[in-house]
Design a protein around this ligand. Structure first.
Ligand SMILES: Nc1ncnc2c1ncn2[C@@H]1O[C@H](COP(=O)(O)OP(=O)(O)OP(=O)(O)O)[C@@H](O)[C@H]1O
Ligand SMILES: [Mg+2]
Length: 242
């Protein structure tokens, strides 16, 4: 199964000519039309692009939630696009943390217990105290989701996502439901986690200003990557003008 991706050790994901078609009845939707792109290890990457341009489709495929119609996906040296369902499940379980717009916390469990759900089953977890401290919620561990603000709940979701020490953290509009001030605190948590644990982090957003905090910005348009920009000096989220 292991194949060389033709690149150095420093690339986490590489896709080659990735396409994804969805068919509904007679019509075929070309969600991805040949995406070739690399994501360096440890980078904080922002994906930008209009609604329907294929960002979520791309993220779901590299995260092993969906399969491409054609083309190749490499995770490190492994060809993810050749994985069986079983291998994809194992890949997601061990290597990927997901954060979505909806926090999906268990309401009857405290912040600590929500994170513990993951640390109980992970091979080499970050303990709940440390994961919550990394998102600056060490003092709220005993609170239930209903006692936390939206931004705090999203930070619990981030703590939960990183607690299994995944190599990659994939975030689809993590600040989509938040006001700017709260969104910045959540972005700060993501940047801190990226720096502290070296987690390769990919963030989809509709807010172009968030690109300023990224190491790399990938612009999607009509199912393709239309531009990639490398930021030599990513700014701290608190300096983003929202
Ligand atoms: N399960 C599906 N079945 C049919 N079409 C789909 C499906 N998922 C996505 N699409 C279509 O594929 C295209 C790309 O969708 P995608 O969700 O990747 O875009 P996006 O860039 O994430 O958009 P947004 O910013 O609105 O979230 C769209 O035209 C969408 O309608
Ligand atoms: Mg989307």
């Amino acid at each position: 199964m292991t194949q060389n991706n033709g690149l150095g050790e420093n690339i986490t994901f590489r896709t080659e000519g990735l396409t994804k078609n969805y068919s509904s009845g007679e019509t075929v939707i070309h969600a991805l039309r040949g995406v070739t792109v690399s994501i360096p290890k440890g980078d904080l990457v922002v994906l930008l692009g209009p609604s329907g341009s294929g960002k979520s489709t791309f993220l779901n495929i590299i995260g092993g939630l969906d399969s491409p119609t054609s083309g190749e996906v490499y995770f490190n040296k492994d060809k993810l696009s050749d994985y069986s369902e079983q291998q994809l499940t194992a890949f997601r379980r061990h290597n990927v943390g997901f954060v979505f717009q909806a926090y999906n916390l268990v309401p009857s469990l405290t912040a600590y217990e929500n994170v513990e759900l993951v640390t109980d089953i992970a091979a080499n977890p970050i303990q709940p105290e440390e994961a919550l401290a990394a998102v600056h919620l060490g003092d709220r561990a005993r609170h239930f989701p209903s006692q936390l603000s939206g931004g705090e709940q999203q930070r619990v979701a981030i703590a939960r996502a990183i607690a299994k020490r995944p190599e990659v953290l994939l975030c689809d509009e993590p600040t989509g439901a938040l006001d700017s001030e709260t969104g910045i605190v959540v972005l700060k948590a993501l940047q801190d986690v990226n720096k502290k644990f070296g987690t390769t982090t990919i963030i989809i957003t509709h807010n172009a200003a968030i690109a300023d905090m990224a190491d790399r910005v990938i612009y999607f348009g009509d199912g393709q990557v239309v531009d990639v920009k490398v930021n030599e000096n990513p700014c701290p989220p608190e300096e983003i003008s929202w």
